[in-house]
Design a protein around this ligand. Structure first.
Ligand code: PHE
Length: 499
C-alpha cells in the first residue's frame, strides 16, 4: 500500500477540521440512511487544506470483487472480534467477476503474507474468507490513514449476517418483501469487503471532487486511494458491470461522526437497484425516467408497509449526487415524521459508464440501525454491538419487531474538558480521540459551553464526556486515567490550548 504514497507529495492538513457550522449537519448523519449525502450540499466545498489525499494524482483501478480460493476458511461470525484480539474476518463475495481481479487479488496476496502476524482479522462468508492485518488498515505514522483501532475492531463482525440479531432479522424481513413481491428476481449480496477504492466509493457514483463527504473529517481513509466504504452505493458500479439488473447489497459502512445514542462510526446499510429496459417503458407507455420513478415509489411504499404496517407516508425531494430526481421517504410513526430511506432515479452517466446504456434504474439506500431502533425499541445504537446475553437472547430469527426490554444501566460518570479552539478544530476529531481511548465506554460527547473572548478573539469550548459501560460499573481510577489520556492527546493532536 505504501507504494501509493507518492514520493515528494507533501500531505497538508489531512486531519484538519471543518467549520463548526458544518458540524451541526454532521450530527444528523451517521445512523441515517441518507442524510450524509443529502445534507452535504448544504456545506461549503472543501478548501485545499481540507481536501483528502483522494485528490492526489494517484489513479485508482476499479475494485473487483472475487473469491479467494487459496485461503483457508475461518468462521464467519466471530463473537468478540475486537481489535485487541488481533484478528478480524471480512466478507468477500463468492461471485467470480469476469477474471480481472487486479486490486482485490493484490490485497489477497498481501493478506496471505501478513496472516501470520499478530494483528490480523478474518473476513469471511458465503463460502470464502480471508484475513486482513491491523497494519493494512491502521497505520498511525501514515498521514493518509485515519482509521483508529476501535474501528478496525469492527471490520468483519457482520452483524447483518447474524440470524438472531435485530439487524439480521430486519435484513431478512426486507429480503422477504422483495422475494414475495418479485419472486426470484433480486440478487442478494451481503459479504462484500468494506475496504473499497475511492473511485468506487465516490467517483463511480459521481460524487464531485470537492464534495465534503470526501473529507478526512467524514470518511475513514486507509490510504490515499482506499477507504472504508461510507455507503453501500460504493458497490453499485461494480455490480452493474457484473451484469446484475436487480440487486440488494447489505453491509457495514463507516463514517467519522459525533458520539451519542443514535450515532456510531460503524453502521449498516442496504442498497437496492433495479434496471428497466426500453421495452418495459414502451410497454407501460411512459418514458424511462417516469417509469423508474413510479416503480420506485410503489416498491418502497410497499416495503414501508411491510415493515411498519399501515402508516402514513410522504415523499420529500432531496439531493444525491447519484440520482435525479432524488427523494426521501418519510413515515408518520410514533407521533412524528421519520426518514426511512433515500432513493431516486439513477443518473444516466452511472448506467452508461458501467455497461448499461439504454436503460434506466431506480436505487435506494437505507440505514438498518435507524429502522431497527424504532422497530425493536432499541434505545442506544451501541447495544447492537453488545455480546451481553441480556441483549442477544431477546431476539429470534423471523421475529421482526420484538420489543427490547431494557436491563439495568450502570451509572454514567461525567468529565468535562475545556479548551481554546483553533480555526482547524473539528468536533469529529475530538470524538475520534475520545473514542480511540475509551472505545465503547464513551456514551456521549456534548458541547455544554462556548464563548468568545472579544479582546483575544479566541473561542473556548467546554465538552462534557459521559463514560458508561453497558456491562459493568466503572471505577473512578479507570475513568480518571481515561480522562487524563484524553486531555493529553487532545492537547498534542488537536492544536488547541487546554484551559
Ligand atoms: N448512499 C446514500 C446515502 O448513504 C443513500 C442512497 C442510495 C440514496 C441510493 C439514493 C440512492 O446517504
Amino acid at each position: 500500500m505504501s507504494a501509493l504514497l507518492l514520493p515528494g507529495v507533501v500531505v497538508v492538513g489531512t486531519r484538519v477540521g471543518l467549520p463548526v457550522l458544518a458540524m451541526a449537519t454532521l450530527r444528523l448523519s451517521s445512523s441515517s440512511s441518507s442524510s450524509f449525502f443529502a445534507y452535504q450540499q448544504q456545506k461549503v466545498g472543501l478548501t485545499a487544506a481540507q481536501r483528502p489525499p483522494s485528490s492526489f494524482p494517484s489513479p485508482s483501478p476499479p475494485l473487483v470483487v472475487c473469491s479467494i480460493p487459496d485461503r483457508h476458511h475461518l468462521p464467519s461470525s466471530p463473537s468478540s472480534g475486537e481489535a485487541s484480539s488481533g484478528r478480524i474476518s471480512l466478507g468477500f463475495c463468492t461471485r467470480q467477476s469476469s477474471g480481472f481481479c487486479t486490486r482485490q487479488q493484490s490485497w489477497n496476496r498481501k493478506l496471505a503474507v501478513v496472516a501470520a502476524a499478530a494483528s490480523v482479522v478474518e473476513v469471511g462468508g458465503g463460502g470464502s474468507s480471508s484475513t486482513i492485518s491491523r497494519e493494512e488498515v491502521v497505520r498511525e505514522d501514515d498521514p493518509t490513514n485515519n482509521v483508529p483501532d476501535t474501528v478496525f475492531g469492527k471490520i468483519g463482525l457482520q452483524l447483518h449476517n447474524r440470524e438472531n440479531h435485530p439487524l439480521g432479522i430486519l435484513k431478512n424481513a426486507i429480503y422477504s418483501y422483495f422475494d414475495e413481491t418479485f419472486p426470484g428476481v433480486f440478487h442478494k449480496v451481503d459479504n462484500l469487503l468494506p475496504i473499497v477504492s475511492v473511485k468506487a466509493n465516490f467517483d463511480d457514483v459521481l460524487t464531485p471532487p470537492d464534495h465534503v463527504s470526501r473529507s478526512y473529517n467524514d470518511t475513514y481513509y486507509v490510504s490515499a486511494d482506499t477507504v472504508l466504504r461510507c455507503h453501500t452505493s460504493a458497490h453499485q458500479a461494480e455490480l452493474l458491470r457484473q451484469g446484475l439488473t436487480h440487486f440488494l447489497v447489505t453491509g457495514d459502512v463507516y463514517r467519522r461522526d459525533a458520539i451519542d445514542a443514535t450515532h456510531y462510526p460503524v453502521f449498516h446499510q442496504m442498497e437496492g437497484l433495479r434496471l428497466f429496459t426500453q421495452q418495459e417503458w414502451e410497454a407501460a407507455g411512459m418514458d424511462g425516467t417516469a417509469l423508474a420513478a413510479q416503480e420506485l415509489k410503489k416498491t418502497l411504499e410497499g416495503l414501508a408497509r411491510h415493515l411498519f404496517g399501515d402508516v402514513q407516508m410522504r415523499w420529500v425531494d432531496t439531493y444525491f449526487p447519484f440520482t435525479d430526481p432524488s427523494y426521501e421517504l418519510e413515515i408518520f410513526f410514533q407521533g412524528k415524521w421519520m426518514e426511512v430511506l433515500g432513493c431516486g432515479v439513477t443518473q444516466q452517466q452511472i448506467l452508461c459508464n458501467n455497461g448499461c446504456a439504454g436503460t434506466t434504474a431506480w436505487a435506494f439506500g437505507l440505514g438498518l440501525e435507524r429502522l431497527a431502533m424504532v422497530l425493536f425499541d432499541i434505545p442506544d445504537i451501541r447495544l447492537f454491538w453488545s455480546n451481553d446475553s441480556r441483549f442477544t437472547s431477546q431476539f429470534k430469527s423471523g421475529q421482526l419487531g420484538t420489543k427490547f426490554k431494557s436491563f439495568s444501566k450502570y451509572p454514567p460518570c461525567y468529565k468535562d474538558i475545556s479548551f481554546w479552539i483553533s480555526e482547524e478544530f473539528s468536533e469529529n476529531n475530538l470524538c475520534e480521540i475520545v473514542r480511540g481511548i475509551a472505545g465503547d465506554l464513551v456514551e456521549e460527547v456534548v458541547l455544554i459551553d462556548e464563548f468568545t473572548n472579544p479582546k483575544k478573539g479566541k473561542t473556548s469550548h467546554c465538552y462534557r464526556i459521559a463514560y458508561r459501560s453497558m456491562e459493568r460499573s466503572l471505577t473512578d481510577e479507570e475513568i480518571n486515567a481515561l480522562q487524563a489520556e484524553v486531555r493529553q492527546q487532545v492537547e498534542s493532536k488537536l492544536k488547541i490550548t487546554l484551559r
